[in-house]
Design a protein around this ligand. Sequence first.
Ligand SMILES: *[C@@H]1O[C@H](CO)[C@@H](O)[C@H](O)[C@H]1NC(C)=O
Ligand SMILES: *[C@@H]1O[C@H](CO)[C@@H](O)[C@H](O)[C@H]1NC(C)=O
Length: 271
Amino acid sequence: MIVPVALVAAAAAAVANAQAACKPDLLVDDFAAARTVTLPEGGGARPANLLNGDYGAQGATFAVNPAGKEVVITAGTADVGQPEPQANPGTAPTFNYWFGKFDIGACFDLTGYTAIAFDLVAPAGSNMNFTLTQRSADCKTRLVDSVYKPLSSYLKTDGSKKAVSLPIADYAKNLKGGAFDFKHLKDWTIVNMTPSGAVFRLSNLRLVGNCAGNQTATTTTTAASKSTATASASATVPSVIATQKPATGSAQSAGASIGAALVAVLAAMSF
Ligand SMILES: *[C@@H]1O[C@H](CO)[C@@H](O)[C@H](O)[C@H]1NC(C)=O
Ligand SMILES: *[C@@H]1O[C@H](CO)[C@@H](O)[C@H](O)[C@H]1NC(C)=O
């Protein structure tokens, strides 16, 4: 009797390990609500997703459109330089960017995920670069970005809605040729959307996991985030406009306050 029980226990443990070892798909944002989060370091309410990762931009404006279940990003014209040049050596000057994080601490473990997937409406001829930004192992310092990959290497933009899947493996090297440390991701960033004035509609943002089959994980933060967003949107708008400043340690935030304020206003209007 002991042997079969032990075998069953061993088999159960193996199954549990296998399940623990794989990552199911993770919905980052359905854009069904204009959510906000207040980061531990302060800085007021910021637009955020189901994982409580915040969004930000410079040289571009954006607003979540719950009716269309999308975030609408408009490419701006300003040359914002290279806010942290040590993080992106050898890249072209940055004139706009938009980023999304996958956790509140900006130190997300991306290991086990195989792709960043979303739907995108992009005008014909438009383009943009994608990169992953790097945290140090202690989650405190920004290190060198992953290589940049243009949207045009994945698909041809034509104004229609297209499913985009960015294989994580495409970003395995950093800009200096070293290995990207996927265990400590700062954020996912879109750089240099062109042409200026182009409007992009991004929806159904998710991380594709490595479990067999397609298991979509449900997040437990959805209800709380929604009610927080609803409760705080109108109340915090004035203070956001007055006091919003780049989050401490945020890589790319120098001019984000204006964008964030715009977003907050738009978010409030949408309620
Ligand atoms: C993407 O970034 C690289 C490095 O900065 C640059 O050489 C390339 O022109 C960029 N492509 C687009 C479409 O912005
Ligand atoms: C998983 O399946 C659902 C429903 O068919 C689909 O909407 C979703 O895009 C799939 N997930 C991925 C990551 O492809």
